[in-house]
Design a protein around this ligand. Structure first.
Ligand code: APR
Length: 320
């Protein structure tokens, strides 16, 4: 059986980390693409030289030519400009929309059968635009946000409870932005609802609210600390989990920005929901029951995504 091919569009901080993880896990051969000349080639060479030390067998190459991503099984897109301190995700819209156009065309012309995972921000609007520009089926284009946001929520909860992060299963819905909806009712510590454990441990509702707020601002907190870029280890790790679910037909239910039609009161929009990933891409969207408060928070989040999509339509007439 031929080896799988993983194309990484964007060879910056997340792209390089993705390449390392994919090679280390021997998910397939890796092609790093970027518009910056020398960057993908340099990273590919550096990463290839990890092979003999780490003992992985994967071909890693770098390119500035879309023809080299031909036949890719998985494409992970990080191309674009990351958020700078003080810049909101939404400020990025205009710049990254143009990038999505070029990337979407590159995918359409070279690997239309790929499973495409978008990471570029503002995520929910960019994944929508990438799908439009690429023309791929909706079930084959997905955005990475929920796995990362849920991991951030789980990390903060584990620290608060003083338990292993392995036992925390936290859940975040909605858009990847300040309106995301951490869903406490579906977040547990090895099956124990977070709210119940908080009562047992004497942790106040205010503390839990603080954790919800910290999760919402999780990306910004890291931008503020790094000063010259945004998070990359956890975003890359999250996308790799999604790619593995697809390549291994794992049928994992992961929170991701999936195309929703007729569920959660949404009619044709990318939004963060629990989705099943298997060999056919997004195979199902699971509609869970939400409290009134969660449902109204989700509505706010969906409206925010809709607004960004409308703004995209205003910026590029081919999207209208
Ligand atoms: N085509 C291909 N690559 C591009 C293009 C393009 N049109 N435009 C920019 N790039 C490349 C840049 O040259 C850069 O190498 O995208 C790469 C982005 O890398 P970084 O700036 O290091 O950003 P990174 O931290 O990897 O984040 C990428 O993910 O979380 C989001 O908001 C973040 O949108 C950003 C993305």
């Amino acid at each position: 059986m031929a080896r799988k091919k993983i194309a990484l569009i964007g060879s910056g901080m997340i792209g390089g980390t993705l390449a390392h993880l994919a090679a280390k896990k021997e998910m397939g051969d890796v092609v790093l693409f970027d518009i910056a000349e020398g960057l993908p080639q340099g990273k590919a060479l550096d990463l290839s030289q990890c092979g003999p030390i780490e003992g992985f067998d994967a071909k890693i190459s770098g390119t500035n030519d879309y023809a080299d991503i031909a036949g890719a099984d998985v494409v992970i897109v990080t191309a674009g400009v990351p958020r700078k301190p003080g810049m909101s995700r939404d400020d990025l819209l205009g710049i990254n929309l143009k990038v999505m156009k070029a990337v979407g065309e590159g995918i359409k012309n070279n690997c239309p059968d790929a499973f495409v995972i978008c990471i570029t921000n503002p995520l929910d609007a960019m994944v929508w635009a990438l799908r439009e520009f690429s023309g791929l089926p909706h079930n084959k284009v997905v955005g990475m946000a929920g796995v990362l946001d849920s991991a951030r929520f789980a990390t903060f909860l584990a620290w608060e409870f003083g338990v292993s992060t392995k036992d925390v299963n936290a859940f975040v819905l909605g858009g990847h932005g300040d309106t995301m909806v951490p869903v406490l009712s579906y977040s547990t510590v090895n099956g124990i609802p977070v709210n119940d454990l908080a009562k047992i441990k004497g942790i106040s509702e205010e503390r839990i609210d603080d954790i919800v707020q910290r999760t919402r601002g999780g990306g910004g907190e890291i931008v503020g600390l790094l000063k010259t870029g945004s998070a990359y280890y956890a975003p890359a790790t999250s996308a790799i989990a999604m790619a593995e679910a697809y390549l291994g037909d794992q049928k994992r239910i992961l929170p991701c920005a999936a195309y929703v039609e007729g569920k959660y009161g949404v009619d044709g929009l990318y939004v963060g929901v629990p989705a099943m990933i298997g060999a056919n891409g997004i195979e199902d969207v699971v509609e869970i029951e939400l409290s009134d408060e969660e449902a109204s928070n989700l509505k706010v989040s969906i409206d925010a995504v809709e607004e960004l999509v409308d703004a995209c339509k205003g910026m590029d007439e081919t999207l209208a």
